[in-house]
Design a binder for this molecule. Structure first.
Ligand code: GLC
Length: 556
């Protein structure tokens, strides 16, 4: 099976919604599906010529299935229903219909590495050693000396094994103890998961983001992971080589099986969270052989990059090198697990002009070769809410350290979308409730309404850039080529098809102009967008780019 070309996601833009904090229609303080419906014009109203709309092509919803919410929905207790917090199946169907009417595809988060410990499968599995689902999770006896079965660690801290008195055995959980891992070696488990996949595809969803898709398979013999040489803290996840609990060959068989199901439907996309923390692998491996696994493997290049052009370019070049022919790269700056890029980059660059960083970051994300994924709120320059008071925190899946301290929670990047300067930033249509997470204090200055009214806002920049991208074959399908070998203070690269050539330049320096002495024809360039040059003008390429200039030119 080879990848079909000209699929919508190869040229489209995906927008991640964290449903708990995007928009709350029923006024109970929790975001919900009807809330998303109310905000669809903002996401894509292009059919109506909506000039205040982003015009994105798909939304990816963080999990909306029934869940006790220990890990904010990444712990599913019923895959066939919607969590009442978000609404009903009928609400979901309404959302799907309304999205499709606007050319917005809907991608669901599929959390099947593990279930909630309240899922009936686990409740049955834990009840005895000989029930029909006894082998649906990873059960192991203690070692003869009474210690846990092996040295595998939970990504959230501590051992990955929790004792179950009913079975007098331990079960394995790559994440929190309330998230027991499914045993994918069991064919019945696979079939049960594939039924779920088909159920949602039959409903009309346009694809899945496979949560934690690199840890589905585990070593059959539960061998100990080697501890990295010279490590003092053996209980730190990052100090092990994850040879036996991550990225095993069987993982690829599983993803291929899911892909086979997806391919029986038209135009459905398979995305995977392929977090890579080992030099043994690169992201290309997740495309499979002849592109028969993930369409879009999510890696974390930009999320670990400092605000430094050399690093960013190196990541792009690496991806250009390793992405198999016919496969599509994908990039993102933010998601619900990591601090927002503006928070990261303002801090590390000591920059006093967040707007410039936000616009430059948007330019990179939307002009590299690949599918960009936006995270709600980045388009208005939302930053993390740092130090949310303990009593308002929600991210309790992570485990306390030996000192009893909770590690920094992920709540900071999940605060309510800032729609306007009214109470709760317009997130909740109810006024007297506490939102699920507190609204960032800066909402009166940073919000959608205010930025729509301001011509040179971050949001207006995004809207224009998304429009430019959509209308440019070079930006959506063209090759990528850097003009600079050793970028130090600027990036300059070209996107090109046979018929169109676009030049992107970003000067990262606030102090110094940038001399464009690269080998590129100087004459007849149209300014598509710029924070310095007059947009829409045809000009000869300026030799000197201004401090922090961000410009995109098209050859005419
Ligand atoms: C993924 C999700 C994260 C979740 C974890 C366990 O990494 O992105 O939010 O906590 O899986 O499901």
């Amino acid at each position: 099976m080879t990848a079909k070309s000209n699929q919508w996601w190869e040229t489209g833009v995906i927008y991640q919604i964290y449903p708990l904090t995007f928009a709350d229609a029923n006024g109970d303080g929790h975001g919900d599906l009807q809330g998303i419906i109310k905000r669809l014009d903002y996401l894509n109203n292009k059919q109506e010529n909506g000039k205040n709309s982003l015009g994105i092509d798909a939304i990816w919803l963080s999990p909306i299935n029934d869940s006790p919410m220990i890990d904010n929905g990444y712990d599913v207790s019923n895959y066939y229903d919607i969590c009442p917090v978000f609404g009903t199946l009928a609400d979901f169907e309404a959302l799907l219909t309304q999205c499709h009417q606007r050319n917005i595809r809907v991608i669901l988060d599929l959390v099947v590495n593990h279930t909630s410990d309240r899922h009936p499968w686990f409740v049955e599995s834990r009840s005895s050693k000989d029930n029909p689902k006894s082998d649906w999770y990873h059960w192991q006896d203690a070692n003869p000396d009474g210690s846990v079965p092996n040295n595998w660690l939970s990504y959230f801290g501590g051992t990955a094994w929790t004792y179950c008195p009913e079975r007098e055995q331990y079960y394995y959980h790559a994440f929190n103890q309330n998230q027991p891992d499914l045993n994918w070696n069991n064919p019945q488990v696979r079939q049960a998961v594939y039924d779920i996949v088909r159920f949602w595809l039959d409903k009309g969803v346009d694809g899945f983001r496979l949560d934690a898709s690199s840890v589905y398979s585990k070593d059959k013999y539960y061998r100990y992971n080697p501890v990295k040489f010279g490590t003092t803290d053996k209980n730190n996840y990052n100090n092990q080589d994850h040879l036996y609990d991550k990225n095993l060959p069987e993982n690829h068989h599983i993803i291929r099986e899911i892909r086979e199901i997806i391919d029986r439907y038209d135009g459905r996309v398979l995305i995977g969270e392929t977090f890579i923390d080992s030099p043994m692998f690169d992201s290309a491996v997740f495309y499979g052989v002849d592109g028969d696994e993930l369409h879009l493997p999510f890696n974390f290049e930009f999320t670990f990059s400092p605000w430094y052009p050399g690093y960013i370019q190196r990541e792009i070049q690496k991806k250009e090198r390793i992405t198999p022919k016919g496969c599509c790269p994908t990039y993102f700056l933010d998601n619900h697990d990591i601090p927002r890029h503006l928070s990261r980059w303002i801090e590390c660059s000591l920059c006093t002009n967040p707007k410039a960083i936000a616009q430059a970051a948007a330019t990179i994300l939307l002009t590299v070769r690949g599918t960009p994924v936006l995270y709600y709120g980045q388009e208005i320059g939302m930053v993390d809410y740092v130090d949310i008071p303990l009593e308002q925190r929600r991210d309790f899946a992570v485990v306390k350290g030996e000192d009893g301290e909770l590690p920094p929670a992920r709540d900071g990047c999940r605060t309510p979308m800032q729609w306007d300067d009214s109470v709760h930033a317009g997130f909740s249509f109810g006024k007297d409730v506490e939102p699920y997470l507190p609204v960032n204090d800066n909402y009166e200055e940073v919000n959608v309404a205010q930025q729509l009214a301001e011509d040179d806002s971050i949001l207006k920049f995004y809207i224009r850039l998304l429009e430019i991208r959509k209308n440019s074959k070079a930006l959506t399908q063209g090759s990528w080529r850097s003009l600079i070998h050793y970028p130090y203070e600027h990036l300059a690269y070209v996107r090109e098809t046979a018929a169109e050539k676009v030049l992107i330049v970003i000067n990262f320096s606030y102090e110094k102009p940038f001399e464009l002495d690269e080998d590129i024809e100087p004459d007849n360039w149209l300014v598509l967008i710029s924070n310095i040059q007059n947009t829409g003008q045809e000009i000869a390429l300026p030799k000197t780019l201004q401090p922090f200039e961000i410009s995109i030119f098209k050859k005419v």
